[in-house]
Design a protein around this ligand. Structure first.
Ligand SMILES: Cc1ncc(COP(=O)(O)O)c(C=O)c1O
Length: 404
């Protein structure tokens, strides 16, 4: 079955009402289906009240939150909706888990971070050095934007508390086999914290199959409004000594969700997950919501591989362009990091911005990776990041504008 790209695009008002903008900056945040925008508005009009009150509208807010937990549990195949923690963004969940782990320092006081990661999933762990932890870096394989398990093995020991690793690089799109990382870490008695912020809109997630322990996600990269959520295995979350007011139960998710968060965005998140389910149904899925979403994400992944191949072939034809990323579409997301010989990324992005192409440049919040790739942190590289509503026609226009 072919990918229903027209039916998909028609659901995103921004693609038609954005004054000619072509959205190739999706790794910084994706556009919203109309149903998500409607759900946010519906919440604001009909139940803009605090949860936990003994009246109808407040009970409806409670219901939205519980429906969202169940929807996210289906999105990532969590066995228990109470393993889903809502919050501000991906980084705040990383920080929350790192701080509570710091409270528990014992014989296992080493953390492994990687050279491929976004700085968020490095710096929250580096910060634990001042609490007596040692942080070790899992290096890139031969200077390529890729992690090799053989380079992880010598770092693991009976001192390792946790491996913090990304599922996909937001700079180069490189994928990591997080299930294999979990196997290696668990064999050494350590836990795994996965940054799935970049991966979430690009492929299926099954936290039970991968065997990971914690995962951070940003909803706004996955067709929902600005907010984030975390997932952790219930026994891991319940075991962490989180800060909470004394009358809040000492169990997940409540002990991690201090204060009020943005309920209208939680309502939007439910609609975004329903959108993904509908993509699965359009692509022929039967079965329950998790199965339909899984089907959608597999179809999205296959379609995005064709986009990757098309973009890489085009970029390879521009003689002064160097791509920093893996060549095989199956090893990556459609996120392209590249630079022109002799033309600063800032100049290229200004020119492309003027032609309607939303792209960005710089260290892409991965300054360590950028330096290891032989680039300067200050100048950085260009990033074009696509998702499943982008097309080969948009890529063709982009390549033409880039070359002229
Ligand atoms: C891979 C990755 N990790 C972490 C983050 C930080 O996410 P947030 O802004 O939701 O805290 C980003 C944001 O771009 C990202 O791409």
């Amino acid at each position: 079955m072919s990918f229903p790209i027209d039916a998909i695009r028609s659901q995103f008002p921004a693609l038609y009402e954005s004054r000619g903008t072509i959205f190739f900056d999706n790794a910084a945040g994706a556009q919203l289906p109309a149903r998500v925008i409607d759900a946010v508005k519906d919440h604001l009009v009909h139940r803009m009240v605090q949860r936990g009150g003994p009246y109808t509208l407040s009970r409806e807010v409670d219901d939205v939150i519980e429906r969202a937990r169940a929807a996210v549990a289906d999105l990532v195949n969590a066995p228990d909706p109470n393993e889903i923690v809502f919050g501000l963004n991906g980084t705040s969940f990383m920080r929350l888990v790192s701080q509570t782990i710091a409270e528990q320092r014992g014989a296992r006081n080493e953390i492994i971070v990687t050279e491929l990661d976004h700085e968020a999933n490095i710096s929250v762990w580096l910060d634990l050095q001042k609490r007596g932890f040692t942080v070790r870096f899992w290096p890139l394989a031969d200077g390529n934007p890729r992690l090799d398990l053989k380079d992880l093995a010598p770092l693991l020991s009976d001192k390792t508390r946790l491996v913090a690793v990304t599922w996909a690089s937001n700079a180069t799109g490189s994928l990591v086999d997080v299930a294999a990382v979990a196997d290696a870490a668990h064999a050494a008695g350590a836990e795994v914290f996965v940054d799935a912020v970049h991966y979430l809109p690009h492929g299926p997630i099954d936290v039970q199959n991968t065997g990971i322990d914690y995962m951070a996600c940003s909803s706004y990269k996955a067709f929902a409004p600005h907010m984030g959520f975390g997932w952790g295995r219930k026994q891991c979350l319940d075991g962490l000594p989180a800060f909470r007011e004394y009358f809040i139960p000492d169990v997940a998710p409540y002990k991690f969700e201090i204060g009020t968060y943005v309920y209208e965005n939680v309502a939007g998140l439910v609609a975004a997950i329903e959108y993904l389910e509908s993509v699965g149904r359009m692509c022929g899925a039967d079965g329950d919501r998790h199965q339909a979403i899984h089907h959608a994400m597999q179809a999205i992944r296959s379609y995005e591989m064709t986009l990757s191949d098309h973009m890489l072939r085009g970029l390879e034809k521009i003689p002064s362009v160097r791509v920093y990323g893996l060549r095989k579409p199956s090893d990556r997301t459609p996120t392209f990091c590249f630079a022109f010989e002799g033309i600063p990324p800032a100049v290229v992005c200004e020119k492309m911005g003027g032609r309607g192409y939303a792209i960005r440049y710089g260290h892409l919040y991965c300054p360590r990776l950028i330096k290891r790739l032989g680039l300067s942190e200050d100048i950085g590289a260009i990033r074009a990041s696509l998702v499943h509503y982008n097309t080969k026609d948009e890529i063709d226009g982009f390549l033409e504008a880039l070359s002229s």
